[in-house]
Design a protein around this ligand. Structure first.
Ligand code: DON
Length: 579
């Protein structure tokens, strides 16, 4: 392995562990039960907004959209107006549908835009420059979802976010520490300094955080709908920001942006239905593919945390992520073989060389042969009493995206262009590699790992889950789903239990410190698993942040991931706190 590649790997371990580092505050999240519905998200304030919408007669879609806009105010590292996301929706009548509001490459983007004259990647260009920014999709997506399936109007659903931005909220330790840690990177952008410092000095816990420009942008969207973002003053400010720093997004790109309605990926696992995100996410396909490979094995008898079950899961992950690198990209631009990848037959073939006693070597695992056919994100889960459910994952890509606030408009821009494969077989910030399927093309959406997922039993939503964590999103979601289905865990155990992750390349197993007992670790090593790397899973660290909701006999149970400072709340609690 070359030194620079090794450095890159170490860098991405650091990135993944540091993405989750944040000093948590308040009480540890507990699983809550409410018979009127439930919202779980990374921000207690945004969760409360969603729960209040449910209490006021809104449905899960209204609550998810209101939570989404609130996250752009109260959790700015990932909640956003200047990024993108995915929403998977189950409607009470049984319909499932997904909204894709992933960012797109600007019209002037080109395949080699992040390479120098020698064809080498220019460090930082795809993550920390105006070129890193994809055309934002969040505002189009949230408003399209609301218009189609919401019960309340835009005015009501957006007002809490506007109030939080205009009147401000008191900074907790978590957010104040996040802003303080990033003073250096914000320093390059005066508009970012203006938002994330208190007149030049670091914000401290307990201070009021007011975002006047953001409130005005939200008001324009509330008044004019999508035109309040993609046209007029907001669009002018965004394009001016691009022109200041040599970015590519034009008025044309903004006007041309549309969210896409997509058929979710659907699979089955031990009598449950898995409904998840299709391309441009890799999440749904990989989740179903891995579950298909694992279904023939009696994971429940092997037991949670057994070397045998971990070995099986690593081997499924290794093969699925190898396929991701070769076959997955935006299906509007590249013929992704979706049907094959999620079929049980393909999983059987792909897993035929699994050896129950021996780890395979990633370098020997190419992509499966398929005939040509055509550090930061956040996840929220919502269910309502009428039987609707929403899984919503949204991101600016890395924490605070490009760290660049649009001057005068008060919102951060994403650095999602790094999720494209800027150069064949060269790892992105998450160590993920890709090829032609995920090459940059104008208007194309970059491949994502975001996996908003709804598990249904007898046609009804049982579990809503998903996570941030870059490449670890898909394996985090896999583990929450398996913990519930295979191990019969309660939601709190399913979300809290230690996690591990393998992504084919690099050939290593990342795991939370207590995921492998010493004898399990010894067994895995004796099978040939190399590079078992422990990641501290203390409060504010670890792999993933799966804020989830589950339907149980007593009502709806919400569980904010104890690794971070999120919260779950139902309308009952929201009503009490509003009184
Ligand atoms: O879409 C993706 O897969 C990435 N942009 C997600 C980034 C992420 O999860 C960072 N956070 N923890």
């Amino acid at each position: 392995m070359s030194t620079s590649f090794a450095n890159r790997l170490n860098g991405s371990i650091l990135l993944i562990s540091s993405m989750f580092f944040g000093l948590a505050h308040g009480v540890a999240p507990k699983a809550l039960i409410d018979d009127g519905g439930m919202v779980a998200s990374r921000s207690a304030l945004a969760t409360e907004v969603g729960a209040q919408i449910l209490a006021d007669g809104g449905n899960a879609i209204d609550a998810a959209v209101a939570t989404g806009f609130a996250l752009a105010v109260t959790y700015p590292s990932a909640g956003n107006l200047g990024g993108g996301g995915f929403m998977v929706i189950h409607l009470a009548d049984g319909t499932v549908i997904a909204n894709d509001h992933r960012e797109r490459a600007p019209g002037a983007a080109s395949k080699d835009m992040f390479l120098d004259e020698e064809g080498q990647l220019v460090k930082g260009l795809s993550t920390a420059s105006h070129l890193a920014v994809g055309v934002p999709g969040t505002v189009a997506g949230l408003l399209d979802v609301l218009a189609r399936y919401g019960r309340l109007d835009r005015k009501r659903v957006m007002q809490p976010a506007i109030d939080l931005a205009a009147k401000g909220f008191v900074l907790d330790r978590d957010l104040a520490a996040q802003f303080a840690r990033r003073q250096d990177v914000f320093a390059k952008h005066p508009a970012s300094v203006a938002v994330f410092t208190n007149e030049g000095a670091p914000y401290r816990m307990g201070e009021l955080f007011v975002q006047t420009d953001l409130a005005n942008t939200l008001r324009r969207i509330q008044k004019h709908g999508k035109a309040g973002f993609y046209e007029g003053e907001t669009a002018d400010l965004l394009v001016a920001e691009m022109q200041r720093g040599g970015g590519l997004i034009s008025h044309q790109d903004l006007l041309g942006y549309q969210s896409s309605w997509r058929e979710p990926i659907r699979g089955t696992y031990r009598g449950h239905e898995i409904v998840s995100m299709p391309p441009p996410s890799s999440g749904g396909i990989l989740l179903v593919q891995m579950l298909n490979m694992l279904e023939p094995y009696d994971i429940a008898s092997m037991g949670y945390g057994s070397a045998q079950s971990i070995h099986l899961m690593i081997e499924a992950e290794r093969r699925a992520y190898a396929d991701r690198a070769e076959h997955l990209g935006d299906a509007d631009f590249y013929p992704v073989p979706i049907k094959e990848l999620i079929s049980k037959e393909y999983a059987t073939k792909r897993f035929a060389n699994f050896d129950a006693k021996r780890a395979s070597i990633s370098a020997d695992i190419g992509a499966g042969e398929i005939p040509a056919e055509s550090l930061e994100t956040t996840h929220a889960s919502v269910m309502d009493k009428d039987g609707n459910a929403v899984a919503y994952t949204t991101t600016l890509n890395l924490s605070y995206g490009a760290k660049m606030v649009v001057a005068g408009a008060g919102f951060l821009l994403n650095n999602e262009m790094d999720d494209f494969s800027a150069k064949e077989n060269s790892p992105n910030a998450f160590g993920l590699i890709g090829r032609k399927a995920n090459a940059i093309e104008p208007g194309k959406r970059m491949l994502s790992s975001m996996t908003p997922t709804i598990v249904r039993k007898d046609g009804k939503p049982l579990l809503v889950t998903g996570s941030p964590g870059g490449s670890t999103i898909i394996t985090t979601t896999l583990q929450v789903v398996m913990n519930v289905i295979d191990h019969g865990m309660s939601l709190s155990d399913a979300v809290s239990s230690p996690r591990f992750h393998h992504q084919w390349q690099p050939d290593r197993v990342m795991h939370e410190t207590y995921a492998f007992s010493p004898d399990t670790q010894a067994l895995l090593e004796s099978m040939g698993h190399k590079q078992l790397i422990a990641i501290p899973a203390f409060y504010g660290g670890g792999i993933g942040d799966a804020n989830s909701v589950m339907h149980i006999d007593q009502g709806f149970q919400g569980m904010a991931d104890p690794r971070n400072a999120g919260a779950a709340m139902g309308p009952g609690r929201a009503q009490r706190s509003a009184q």
